[in-house]
Design a protein around this ligand. Structure first.
Ligand code: ADP
Ligand code: MG
Ligand code: MG
Length: 928
């Protein structure tokens, strides 16, 4: 039998069903499903997505067999509706609607009222006794058809303002003005008739062809236009962004028209089965009396609220459907309940009322905010509509972001003036007065002012100013620039790479086009979207701990996941914040961040500039009390939860990028000559610092650094242990590539540990492990694991060295790589599972081959990226570590991964699992 290309649907029965989305598109499949469950849907049929693919394979021709199938389906529709398509007496009108597997809003317009011709118009007027309505439908058909079929689908690219639609809109406006009308509904039958003629003249003039006065021609023109639209500019662009494959194709839905524009007994509307913004279990929607589909969304008339619950300040005075037509409203509400019970999700629906009869035209799973997603998931599980596992899967991990940051008030945002757009590096909202240097930020903040720091780009020297700022804005840099990393770590609002900004730190101003931001001007930033506004907008606070739905959902999440979630934190407040967000330990404390404090950096520089071991040791030891204080604070805050502390990592010269003024100052402070300092700085200069003297290479050259840091950590641990505070430090040696590097540094640490334990007379709980961030380390992981007690995959450096991409210079070529699809995404943001991921997987396997209980985790940006977290679960990591504000996101991603790929053995005690495996093997052997 020939393949079926056309699927019929009508109330009570349909050839298709909801599960057939791939073949029928989302709209077609759901229309069929609604028919099957007895919801009133105007009869029609769906032409499959496969036909779309075939259309393109066939040089944009439709097979003869399709005509037959369409004719047969049309005959069924005519029978069901008691009307005839193209008939003079009781003509059937149809809509031609697109519908891909995934909804692609704005990709393709629907053509309504197809089938109106000089032959059918009189018949329709006779049967409806409503000339005005018929000509209203007719002028709409001409506009939509000319725009969608004759212009867009035909590939005509008319200059801005010369397209048919705009010219027709202008003609209509002109007529309304001449007649003194405010609303479209005031146009009379005569007006509309005249307008239709004007529209036809515009078609002829602009397109050079007449508007087809033949129902069949209109039908096939519409069908082809929908297929054609699949490869329209808008659709291609949309698919690129949404990563929708080109070979999916779109379906075409041909459906009996029902009319919301026949008079005051008719209407059209859209609704959500629950509030999509808050998640509140309230029917939420808008409707318009005497109108056709597009009017509600087009914004030409202000829609009325569906019910009391939907009324807002602006629509309080408008009559709701609930008030105006309680009978129909009740019917609609019943359908709402039926649909939710059936689909077990919040739906977005479209309906039309024709002469007091309700028809459903569309339903699909509705888009929702993060806040709403969480609330609906928990509510629906509580209502037993779904189970807890489904509830967890319902929330995309990144949606939680929204609950964790204060945001700009969305209502105020709509009316605010946009100054510039950049990359959304740190989410949430920020409002403050513009300042242009870190010192100014600090000084203003000291006076209690709220500031936003605007820089070309930031460096570690700006950190004090960044920290006190409400938000950070940079003209340069990408999503992994210094500003972005630091801001995300703090959960601070940040926009980077705002290229249209010209910043002058000297003049303390920035310009974007003809807008100037002067020091002290109020600006607001939406870091979730990357938009900067020139005014002070109100902010709505985030308080996830006060959100009962969030709290409930996260307890389910924690019960489901099998991987721990830690945080990257360098200070006790960060650590405390992360614990509040559910962190179970610290996966990375970077000790170098601790050195940028003005009080400490002097000693750091003194150490770096030291000529010999003796002076260096002296300088280093001045840092000991500071470090000890830091570690005491963090270990105490974490109260026995594991804390991974990384020994000094960055190239030394990063601490001594100084201008002449600063060199002079330093020279006085540490009593070393200017010439000497300059010579030493020159000596430290490296061509490739990221591959230079850094990481464990520092500790190997200057063991006193390692010794001091180990002592600070272990003495802090010892003192706390004596005070009965539980501690669990994990000392991490960075940038190991050869086992001997590890062995060398471990020896220093173990020696210090022995000394400290003796001095304090305590036995210390601690571990020594390493970061796996050099490809070679992953390859010899078995040998390293003979000595290292834990691995933490430093996937930032691993990506850098695995790809050979300098993290700091990637901005030069990454945009081209993404545009040309050489890489699917920034590998520093989402782990390259195919390549770098193999290094991780291999490292884990190798490492555990010599040390089965080896604790493995990941730190670095990827630890907070949901896709990367899923990967970490699959390769058997014990934990992921991410910035405090990503912790809930990582917990959610870990739970979803555990649901999708449960780790059976890990969930049970080892012995039990073994016994079970044995039994299984036995049973298998028996079966054979
Ligand atoms: P989109 O995919 O952009 O939502 P639709 O195919 O749903 O496009 O069409 C847009 C609107 O046109 C619908 O919301 C509905 O109001 C109207 N419409 C479509 N088909 C019909 C029909 N058969 N009868 C009445 N109105 C229709
Ligand atoms: Mg629609
Ligand atoms: Mg590193």
């Amino acid at each position: 039998m020939a393949k079926k290309n056309v699927y019929y649907f009508a109330a009570g029965k349909a050839d298709g069903k909801a599960e057939m989305k791939n073949l029928l598109g989302g709209k077609g499949a759901n229309l069929a499903e609604m028919c099957n469950i007895g919801i009133p849907v105007p009869a029609g049929f769906t032409i499959t997505t496969e036909m779309c693919t075939e259309y393109y394979r066939n040089n944009k021709k439709l097979p003869q067999s399709l005509t037959k199938e369409v004719n047969a389906a049309m005959a069924k529709v005519e029978k069901a509706m008691g009307k005839k398509f193209g008939g003079a007496k009781n003509p059937l009108l149809i809509s031609v609607r697109s519908g891909a597997r995934k909804s692609m809003p704005g990709m393709m317009d629907t053509v309504l009222n197809v089938g109106l011709t000089s032959k059918t118009i009189p018949g329709l007027i006779a049967i409806t006794d409503n000339e005005r309505f018929v000509y209203d439908a007719y002028r709409r058909l001409i506009m939509m058809y000319a725009d969608v079929v004759m212009e867009k689908a035909a590939g005509l690219e008319l200059p801005e303002g010369e397209g048919v639609r705009i010219q027709m809109e202008e003609a209509m406006e002109k007529m309304k003005k001449e007649k003194g009308y405010e609303f479209d509904t005031e146009l009379t039958a005569e007006d509309l008739k005249k307008l239709a003629n004007e529209f036809k003249a515009i078609v002829k003039k602009v397109i050079g062809q007449p508007f087809p006065d033949d129902a069949q021609k209109q039908l096939w023109g519409g069908i082809k236009a929908v297929f054609q639209s699949w490869n329209g500019k808008r659709a291609i662009e949309y698919r690129r962004i949404e990563k929708i494959p080109a070979d999916w194709g779109t379906a075409v839905n041909v459906q009996t028209m029902v009319f919301g524009n026949t008079g005051d007994d008719s209407a059209t509307g859209v609704a959500f089965t629950r509030d999509p913004a808050t998640g509140d279990n309230k029917f939420y929607g808008e409707w318009l009396v005497n109108a056709q589909g597009e009017d509600v969304v087009a914004g030409t008339r202000t829609p009325s609220p569906l019910n009391k619950d939907t009324k807002s300040e602006h629509s309080r005075h408008l009559l709701s459907l609930e008030e105006q037509n309680p009978k129909i409203y009740k019917q609609l509400e019943k359908i709402r309940n039926k649909l939710e019970k059936h689909y077990k999700d919040m739906l977005d629906i479209e309906f039309t009322i024709e002469n007091n009869t309700l028809w459903m035209l569309q339903c699909r799973v509705g888009k929702r905010t993060g806040t709403a997603a969480v609330r609906m998931a928990v509510d629906m599980a509580t209502e037993r509509l779904i189970n807890r596992t489904t509830a967890i899967m319902r929330v995309a991990p990144v949606q939680l972001d929204e609950l964790l940051h204060p945001m700009l008030d969305p209502a105020a945002e709509r009316d605010a003036e946009v100054v510039a757009k950049g990359l959304p590096a740190g989410p949430g909202g920020g409002v403050g007065q513009a300042v242009f240097t870190a010192d100014d930020a600090a000084a203003w903040a000291q006076k209690g002012k709220k500031v936003i720091l605007i820089r070309n780009e930031t460096s570690p020297e700006d950190v004090h100013g960044m920290h006190v700022s409400e938000a950070i804005l940079t003209a340069k840099g990408g999503m992994t620039s210094h500003a972005a990393l630091v801001a995300r770590g703090w959960g601070k609002c940040c926009i980077v790479g705002c290229g249209s900004l010209q910043i002058s730190a000297r003049d303390k101003k920035a310009t974007a086009g003809d807008i100037t931001i002067n020091e002290g001007d109020w600006i607001s930033m939406n870091g979730t979207l990357g938009v900067v506004y020139l005014s002070s907008l109100p902010v709505v606070p985030a308080a996830p701990e006060r959100n009962k739905w969030y709290k409930t959902l996260m307890t389910w999440v924690d019960a489901a996941r099998q991987m721990k979630v830690r945080t990257n934190a360098d200070s006790p407040p960060d650590a405390a914040q992360a614990i509040a967000f559910g962190a179970e330990g610290i996966g990375l404390t970077r000790t170098e961040h601790m050195f940028f404090d003005p009080k400490r950096i002097v000693h750091m520089r003194e150490m770096i500039l030291a000529e010999n071991e003796e002076t260096r040791r002296k300088a280093v030891m001045k840092l000991l009390p500071f470090q000890k204080e830091d570690f005491t604070g963090i270990l105490k805050t974490m109260a026995g939860k594991p804390v991974t502390i990384r020994l000094l990592d960055p190239p030394l010269h990063e601490f001594v990028t100084l201008d002449d003024e600063q060199v002079k100052e330093l020279s006085e402070q540490i009593n070393v000559s200017v010439a000497h300092i300059k010579a030493r700085i020159a000596q430290l200069h490296e061509l490739n610092p990221m591959l230079g003297h850094r990481g464990c290479r520092l500790g190997i050259a200057y063991p006193e650094i390692t010794e001091m840091q180990a002592r600070a950590i272990l003495e802090a641990a010892a003192e706390l242990t004596k005070k009965k505070v539980k501690v669990m430090p994990e000392i991490m040696i960075p940038l190991v590539g050869h086992p001997n590097e590890f062995i060398n540094q471990e020896a220093v640490i173990r020696r210090v540990a022995g000394e400290v334990q003796k001095k304090y007379k305590v036995r210390l709980n601690y571990m020594v492990g390493t970061m796996i961030e050099i490809p070679r380390a992953a390859l010899v992981a078995d040998r390293i694991a003979e000595h290292a007690e834990f691995f933490s995959f430093g996937t930032n450096d691993l990506t850098q060295m695995g790809f050979g991409f300098s993290r700091d210079d990637i901005g030069g070529f990454l945009p081209a790589y993404l545009a040309k699809k050489i890489l699917p995404e920034d590998p520093f943001q989402s782990l390259d599972q195919e390549g770098i991921g193999q290094l991780v997987q291999f490292g884990v396997e190798r490492g555990r081959s010599t040390r089965p209980a080896l604790k493995c985790g990941i730190c670095g940006e990827h630890g907070g990226d949901p896709e990367s977290v899923r990967f970490c679960h699959r390769v058997g990591l014990d934990y992921v570590s991410c910035s405090p504000f990503r912790v809930p996101i990582a917990r959610m991603a870990a739970a979803q991964a555990a649901i999708e790929w449960p780790r059976k053995a890990a969930a049970k005690p080892k012995a039990k699992a073994k016994a079970k495996a044995k039994a299984k093997a036995k049973a298998k052997a028996k079966r054979k």
